[in-house]
Design a protein around this ligand. Structure first.
Ligand code: ADE
Length: 422
């Protein structure tokens, strides 16, 4: 049995539902719509094989459709075992003719088999969210990696891994850090993660945030967004942060800032968003209140020390969809959402479509840019070209009907000069 036979989802009812959700999302993706109109004519990706390792959501489906409209042969695999929306995967396979190797809730071995299936298509462009596709290709198929034109990376965690590869001289082809585009992290990480994390927690628990003690671990762009939105819903937010500049920022943003153990003792909700391992570790787990809700919004399920939680537990059981109860030896009950995987996708539908329009416009344009630069770039991590980033911002503003002020020639000259003073 080939990977495709055993992994691709083909179900008519599911695919109908998925198609409706993909079309619904498309209505709010004006930047990708504009790119698609241009690409149908210009075909900048004509004949290019693309493998994309992304969260399989309605927004991702629309990115895949735009890449295909631009002439590419696209296949998808999941970038997390618990983030795939099966109706979307089915619709891509059945309705849109885009092969998807993904299914919600697969084990680790199947997750990697799906990545191998995508790599078997010998992609010339890789698109990643978390760098699992790129690292698998480099570690297990180094000769194949040399054939790749370039790749793009969606998320902070993935970019950190790519920069480590570049530092070690391990990179075999050029990669674009889409995450670092201003039209990506200013919006997706802050407003996208901010809203979708709260959304995932509320869908899973149906609990009240107002008046609760809500701990946010990590005050990067994602943590800032989560803290702002939690406060907006009336929670009393506490931030835990190891970086002194970010801690100071959180403090001046008006949040309480304290250490992990102190926060753990007081929390009703704890959300991790650091990109680091075991930030909610053994000692802090021992301090938790009865009934606390734990969730992770970082890319990997390593931020909460789940093995330590398991070791401290007398029993564990699913008490509600996406909610697992751990009863500790002293009787305290701890609730873990979505297996500690990214809560916005494990317990919800991911980011709102409007921000994914920005992120995925960057992905599409960065992929086309890599093809246009074929042979000119050495293996390294590149920024999204400023012209692409600015174009995405301007297209979005135009879609919102928002005017941007133009500088006069005098103002341009003034900004460029150094002679004039007081
Ligand atoms: N939907 C598709 N990709 C996503 C991402 N990276 N984060 C949240 N929601 C998404």
């Amino acid at each position: 049995m080939s990977n495709l036979d055993c992994l691709a989802l083909k179900d008519e009812d599911l695919s109908k539902k998925g198609e409706q959700r993909i079309e619904w999302a498309w209505r709010k993706m004006p930047v990708l719509q504009q790119i698609r109109r241009e690409w149908e004519e210009k075909q900048p990706l004509k004949g290019i094989r693309i493998a994309a390792c992304l969260h399989i959501s309605a927004k991702t489906a629309n990115l895949a459709r735009v890449l295909k409209a631009g002439g590419a042969q696209v296949v998808l695999c999941a970038s997390n075992p618990l983030s795939t929306q099966d109706d979307i995967a089915a619709a891509l396979n059945v309705v849109y003719g885009i092969p998807v190797y993904a299914r919600r809730g697969v084990d680790k071995e199947t997750y990697y088999r799906q990545i191998y299936a995508a790599l078997d298509t010998e992609p010339q462009i890789t698109i990643d969210d978390g760098a699992d596709l790129v690292t698998t290709l480099h570690k297990e198929r180094p000769a194949q990696a040399l054939q790749v034109i370039g790749g793009t990376e969606e998320t902070t965690t993935g970019v950190i891994r790519l920069r480590a590869m570049a530092r070690d001289g391990a990179l075999k082809y050029p990669l674009v850090a889409v995450n670092d585009a201003l039209t990506k992290h200013f919006f997706d990480n802050r407003y996208g993660t901010g809203q979708s994390t709260i959304d995932g927690i509320l869908r899973a628990t149906n609990y009240l945030l107002a008046g609760s003690v809500f701990v946010v671990v990590g005050y990067g762009w994602c943590g800032r967004g989560i803290a702002t939105r939690a406060r907006g819903m009336g929670a009393r937010v506490i931030v835990v942060e190891a970086d002194p500049f970010k801690a100071l920022e959180a403090w001046m943003d008006g949040h309480e800032v304290t250490g992990m153990k102190d926060a753990a003792r007081r929390a009703d909700f704890i959300v991790t968003a650091t990109g680091n391992i075991h930030v909610l570790g053994k000692d802090s787990l021992a301090a938790l209140k009865d009934g606390v809700i734990l969730a992770n919004s970082g890319h990997f399920n390593v931020e909460i020390d789940i093995p330590a939680l398991e070791a401290q537990a007398r029993t564990r059981r699913i008490v509600r969809e996406n909610v697992e109860e751990f009863v500790l030896h002293d009787g305290r009950r701890i609730y873990l959402l979505g297996e500690g995987r990214l809560v916005n996708l494990a317990c919800g539908e991911g980011h709102p479509v409007e921000v994914m329009d920005l992120s995925f416009a960057n992905q599409a344009l960065a992929a086309a840019w890599l093809v246009s630069q074929r042979g000119n770039l050495k293996p390294d991590v590149y920024r999204v070209p400023r012209a692409i980033d600015e174009r995405v911002a301007r297209l979005k503003l135009a879609a919102f009907g928002v005017q941007v002020e133009e500088l006069t020639e005098e103002q341009e000259r003034y900004l460029a000069s150094w002679e004039s003073g007081t």
